[in-house]
Design a protein around this ligand. Sequence first.
Ligand SMILES: Nc1ncnc2c1ncn2[C@@H]1O[C@H](COP(=O)(O)OP(=O)(O)OP(=O)(O)O)[C@@H](O)[C@H]1O
Length: 257
Amino acid sequence: MEDSKMAEPIITAKDVRLHYGEFEALHGINLEFNRGEITAMIGPSGCGKSTFLRCLNRMNDLIDTAKVTGDIRLDGQDIYAGDTDVVQLRKRVGMVFQQPVPFPFSIYENVIYGLRLAGVKDRAVLDAAVEKSLRQAALWDEVKDKLHDSALGLSGGQQQRVAIARVLAVEPEVILMDEPTSALDPISSTQIENMLLELREQYTIIIVTHNMHQASRISDRTAFFLQGNLIEYAPTKKIFMNPDKKETEDYISGRFG
Ligand SMILES: Nc1ncnc2c1ncn2[C@@H]1O[C@H](COP(=O)(O)OP(=O)(O)OP(=O)(O)O)[C@@H](O)[C@H]1O
């Protein structure tokens, strides 16, 4: 991908500030995410990566003290405009969390959760969506004979892939991932990284990670945050091989964080 590809932004963020009560956690972030790319957001604990990620589908609306200012657009539309349908927004911009949280029902019902909420009832449509999303999430072969067993019986890595299939089933344009592999063993993490590489181009993926190897292996671009500021944003190779800023270099080389 990198610079040879004509990059087109799908999400643009301008001067995004976020306060938790009196505390300003983001100090004016400007960032564009390109369609069909994987962007990694890295930085030491507490620098605001997750906070910024949650701004992109208004998950911070759920935190009473959080107040966002600035401008965030999805395909040119202001997602904080008064008439934004937040449910619709979160369908277009899905989210996967650090800890997989399967609902206490079958694998099948977990995957179609969003479709049920959207009122889809046609069994053939639901069956097709389950197979397609589980295949995309690289889980189909492991679970195709036990779709109606409880999702709670799956391993952590499998549960995380169910969570990803649940997001994929509603056909989002953007997938936000907040440290999706940090609770998993190395084999499960690699399976998920390989799956993300397969999904790239079809989806825009924005991933928060503490794992430098993961960021360098799977992402097209990397954004480095420090204390609520975006320090540097560039093609991943540049960030890891030849960053412009000393802070980036210090962090990448493990001098802090
Ligand atoms: N709900 C909240 N209420 C108040 N302050 C918060 C809240 N969530 C996060 N913060 C603060 O905002 C800052 C940014 O936190 P955030 O979780 O976004 O950082 P992060 O870079 O994602 O960290 P980590 O890598 O540890 O997940 C931190 O100082 C944190 O303590």
